[in-house]
Design a protein around this ligand. Structure first.
Ligand code: FES
Length: 221
């Protein structure tokens, strides 16, 4: 593995260069293919290098995903403890975690269906229904709200031509409100898929939307 510092492409803010080797950030026990831009620097090594086009009917779990599943199950003392990362993988493959997917995961981990549904529906990070190619989460909690989050949210809704929580007609955008995204020092914070955009003002929204549209051919998003 290269020891050269890698550039943060903006996944956790426009923070420029990190003076860390990739292995220092991600570890080296991952599986799958490394994305060209290095992937999410904050992700644990159990998370993927391989990102796929989301498909609601994709099988759970095959190929490298079976390998990752085995690694996750090795890492945790019980299948119950492995539930969250396994649900993460299911969402990564399918784009959302439907009741059917929850039942499949329950069966896979030998857990009760009601238990899995209770966990999956507790966390807002699991999409319970399909979302657009870009899930735009605008933080409207206190710090961001004081710095114009409502205007940012309105601008995203306006520019994507959609209603709050709905998906745009072209299938590209779902815009939702989020609670604190833990970037309170850089309001307004907007999370788009796994990428953070910080210090966002309503005037920045057009450029962000154009950038995303230009990236729609990029399967790594
Ligand atoms: S209040 Fe917006 S990131 Fe914390």
């Amino acid at each position: 593995m290269s020891e050269a510092p890698f550039r943060n492409p903006g996944w956790a803010g426009n923070t420029g260069e990190f003076d860390l080797a990739e292995a220092e950030v991600r570890g080296d026990s991952y599986v799958g293919e490394r994305p060209l831009d290095g992937g999410h620097p904050g992700a644990s090594p159990s998370l993927p290098y391989m990102l796929v086009k989301k498909d609601p009917s994709a099988p759970l779990f095959e190929g490298p995903y079976q390998e990752r599943l085995d690694k996750i199950l090795d890492r945790y003392p019980t299948s119950r403890a492995a539930l969250l990362p396994v649900l993460n993988m299911a969402q990564e493959l399918r784009g959302h975690v439907s009741p059917g997917t929850m039942d499949e995961v329950a069966s896979l981990l030998d857990l009760g269906r009601a238990y899995v549904r209770g966990v999956a529906t507790f966390y807002t990070m699991y999409n319970k229904r399909p979302v657009g190619r870009f899930l735009v989460q605008v933080c409207t909690n206190i710090s961001c709200n004081l710095c114009g989050a409502d205007e940012v949210l309105a601008a995203f809704l306006d520019h994507t031509g959609t209603e709050l929580g709905e998906t745009s007609a072209d299938g590209n955008f779902t815009v939702v409100e989020a609670e604190c995204l833990a970037a309170c020092g850089f309001p307004t914070c907007v999370q788009i898929n796994s990428r953070y955009f910080e210090d966002v003002g309503a005037d920045d929204v057009t450029a962000i939307i154009e950038r995303l549209k230009a990236e729609t051919g990029d399967a790594r998003l």
